[in-house]
Write a protein that binds this ligand. Structure first.
Ligand code: UFG
Length: 339
């Protein structure tokens, strides 16, 4: 009983987690519909782990498809549910797409887990559930704020759905992971982030600018109430984040009938300007940077208290911002060579 269903396992965080699951002795069973990922990620995983990962192409909100995969793998004992849409701006323009996919797929999945007596669930949530916290670092007891976007609201609803199901049935154990800002790539340079179209997020925009794929980088506002005026986030290396999922699976195994939320961050805030400066320093590059307007919906600053994850999951991040920015640039250069 060591197979783990990984929905969205070809995505950025999913693919790195698949690698860490292998390293920890699990057999990941990936499902992904490639709606926001690329089949070549599977080759990258194969090159790292030395064998082709088990993979099924499909949409996990499709009941028949999901059941067919579970029926083929009766040794699946847990699930890590990544598959969801995640673009804040798009969710404002097309909220129903987000409600249908993010909430619909979790509902289908929870039913299927119950039917197949799968008792361990690790769910991808986001620090977006906190909005702008009143005190920092933010811990898991902070209030859940009014969501700024349909995307953020789907994460709040999904967290609530898991709690409600947990209260109603015995057997399920769930770890809800509230990610801060995942960045970086696998040190091999074989897997990393593959944003389709213009990236929304800071680090892919930086690496694409450095590669000459973008004209230049705009800092969205330098008049915030922070030391250098730019927004502060908690940037976590994706490999550390992937390892947190393995730790969370162990926790769900050791703590039956439990349901807890965990912050997964570094505990350290860095400003947009610090990220750009660090990228330039560690990669010996100079970026073309302009100052622009504030981006609507951005919170001024947020960073995690990681005490609960450290205590209960026995997990702490090991890699630095510099490590992440070196790895992200290596990955971007490999992509540019392939293109
Ligand atoms: N930023 C820029 N220029 C850019 C891109 C981003 O200045 O070209 C700034 C943003 O304004 C923000 C910071 O860089 O201050 C980080 O922005 P990201 O878009 O990389 O990350 P966010 O913190 O906005 O969002 C991320 C995830 C969301 C998640 C959220 C939780 O992308 O899915 O964290 O806070 F909900």
């Amino acid at each position: 009983m060591n197979s783990i269903l990984v929905t969205g396992g070809a995505g950025f965080i999913g693919s790195h987690t698949v690698v860490e699951l292998y390293k920890a002795g699990y057999t990941p069973v990936i499902i992904d519909d490639f709606s926001n990922s690329h089949p070549k990620v599977l080759q990258g995983i194969e090159s790292i782990i030395g064998e082709a990962p088990i993979f099924y192409q499909g949409d996990c909100s499709d009941v028949q498809f999901l059941i067919s995969v579970l029926a083929k793998h009766p040794d699946i004992c847990g699930c890590i549910h990544f598959a969801a849409f995640k673009a804040v701006g798009e969710s404002v323009l097309n909220p129903l797409k987000y409600y249908q996919n993010n909430i619909g797929s979790l509902s289908v999945l929870l039913n299927a887990l119950r039917e197949y007596k799968i008792t361990q669930l690790v769910f991808s949530s986001s620090c977006t559930v906190y909005g702008q916290p009143t005190s920092l670092p933010v811990d898991e007891n902070a209030s859940i704020e009014h969501a700024n976007s349909p995307y953020g609201y789907t994460k709040q609803v999904c967290e609530r759905m898991i709690c409600d199901v947990h209260a109603s049935v015995k057997g399920l154990s769930s770890a809800v992971l509230r990610y801060f800002n995942p960045i970086g790539a696998h040190a091999s340079g074989l897997i990393g982030e593959l944003p389709l179209g213009t990236p929304d997020n800071l680090v892919p925009f930086i690496t694409q600018s450095a590669a000459g794929l973008r004209d230049g980088l705009t800092i969205f506002g330098n008049d915030y109430n922070t030391p250098d005026g730019t927004c502060i986030r908690d940037y976590i290396h994706v490999v550390d984040l992937a390892k947190a999922h393995v730790a969370a699976l162990t926790w769900t195994n050791n703590n039956p009938n439990s349901c807890e939320a965990f912050n997964i961050g570094t505990g350290k805030g860095n400003s947009v300007k610090e990220v750009i400066d660090t990228f330039e320093l560690v990669n010996d590059l100079k970026l073309k940077v302009a100052i622009g307007e504030r981006r609507p919906g951005d919170v001024e600053q947020i960073y995690a208290s990681g005490l609960k994850a450290k205590e209960l999951l026995k997990w702490t991040p090991e890699l630095s911002l510099a490590d992440a920015l070196i790895d992200a640039w290596r990955w971007q250069q490999n992509l540019s060579v392939e293109a």
